[in-house]
Design a protein around this ligand. Structure first.
Ligand code: PLP
Length: 400
């Protein structure tokens, strides 16, 4: 991979209104025009660099979008009030009544519910497939298919999508490949592997402080402009607008993303290797035992590692609940959903973030009841953390 995402990101130079080292925050919902003619031109989308109304765009949101386009190496990017705001805008923009989508079956619970239930109202149908089986993906494509949708590293099973192969397949059918890259910023650069549209929930690693929800769509300048078109843009019309103050704070957090990702990855690799040695069932893309370990090696940016998310299967929901409660009691992290925080976060996806997925389907995709998803924190002494976590498992009889 010769695209140096963090150099592109850190090379961006900003000057605030008074020469500040951070861009000024635009604290306005609406903008004045000197001439009435410019106002009507702007409504028609003809005036570059003019602001209209903050649901359309704001200077602060454009700065954050610019940084995210640099991160993913796309022409442009639009930011949203949540990851779901980004995902639903893309789907509503690309699909009309009677259309069809092919999606990975292991995706974020909210995205799954949107595709499985909500878009039924608009007569949009989705085939859910095993995304690691390219032939199955190809077989699911019909003349009505408008996109292939997947996560680069899937939630919560950590399946790895072969983005190059999926992009080739999408090209062959002249449809876009849309990739949610929330689990693997910097480690995987989907647009550089051929994806057409890259989405993130900024709520997770990219912001990294668990204090806000936000999202982004990275793509061509044309596609990003179409999303905010005043007459037909899903984002403009559905209104999932990010506030400028939050855009400014996320931009500042992005400056340490490269350091944080390396540390999350280093810590997760250490814990997964050691828990696997102890005989626990661990899923982590950095382990040789992971079914897509080689595929991950072939498409990742090595210096950022295999990411901060791992799963442990402790056999039963009772075990999972007991160990999570004990780990929280001993200050090893929080029993909470979400990811990318400086402290470890853990949850049992079967009964929380993936509970939208019916039980029998969870079983089919290998999502077992005793599964714990851990978003590993930035612990400075991971050996100490490992020993303390292991002690929890020993005290509960999960390990002997
Ligand atoms: C959290 C998450 C989302 C949804 O993002 P929000 O910011 O919570 O709306 C989408 N995809 C993935 C993979 C996520 O982890």
């Amino acid at each position: 991979m010769d695209y140096k995402a963090s150099d592109k990101l850190l090379d961006l130079q900003y000057f605030g209104e008074f020469g500040g080292v951070n861009p000024s925050i635009s604290d306005s919902s609406t903008y004045t025009f000197i001439s009435a003619k410019t106002m009507s031109d702007t409504f028609e989308g003809n005036t570059e660099g003019c602001y209209l109304y903050s649901r359309h765009s704001t200077p602060s949101n454009l700065y954050l979008g610019e940084a995210l386009a640099a991160l993913e190496g796309t022409e442009s990017a639009n930011v949203y009030a949540s990851g779901m705001g980004a995902i639903t805008s893309v789907i509503m923009q690309l699909c009309s009544a009677g259309d069809h989508m092919v999606s990975s079956r292991t995706i974020y619970g909210g995205t799954y519910a949107f595709l499985k239930n909500f878009v039924k109202k608009f007569n949009v149908d989705t085939s859910f497939v095993n995304i690691t089986d390219i032939d199955a993906v190809a077989r699911a494509i019909t003349p009505a298919t408008k996109m292939i949708y997947c996560e680069a590293v899937s939630n919560p099973l950590l399946e790895i999508a072969d983005i190059k192969a999926l992009a080739l397949l999408a090209k062959k059918h002249n449809i876009p490949l849309v990739v949610d890259n929330t689990f693997s910023p910097l480690s995987i650069l989907p647009a550089k592997l051929g994806a057409d549209i890259v989405i993130h929930s900024l709520t997770k690693f990219i912001n990294g402080t668990s204090d806000t929800v936000a999202g982004v769509v990275c793509g061509t300048a044309d596609f990003c402009a179409s999303l905010k078109d005043v007459n037909n843009g899903a984002a403009m019309l559905l209104g999932s607008t990010l506030d400028s103050y939050r855009a400014a704070s996320i931009l500042k957090n992005m400056r340490t993303l490269h350091i944080r990702i390396k540390k999350h990855s280093e810590n997760a690799l250490y814990l997964s290797q050691n828990f696997e040695k102890d005989g626990l069932r661990v899923v982590y893309p950095g382990l040789k035992s992971h079914p897509s370990h080689e595929k991950m090696n072939n498409q990742m940016v090595a210096e950022y590692g295999y990411g901060g998310i791992m799963t442990l299967d402790v056999g039963s929901l009772d075990n999972a609940n007991a160990v999570m409660e004990l780990m929280q009691e001993r200050n090893l992290g929080y029993l909470a959903v979400s990811l990318g925080f400086y402290k470890t976060l853990f949850s049992a996806p079967g009964t929380s973030t993936s509970s939208e997925i019916p039980m029998e389907e969870q079983e089919l995709m290998g999502l077992s009841n005793g599964l714990i998803r851990l978003s590993i924190g930035l612990d400075n002494d991971i050996e100490r953390t490992y020993k303390m976590m292991k002690k929890c498992m020993l005290d509960l009889g999960i390990l002997r």
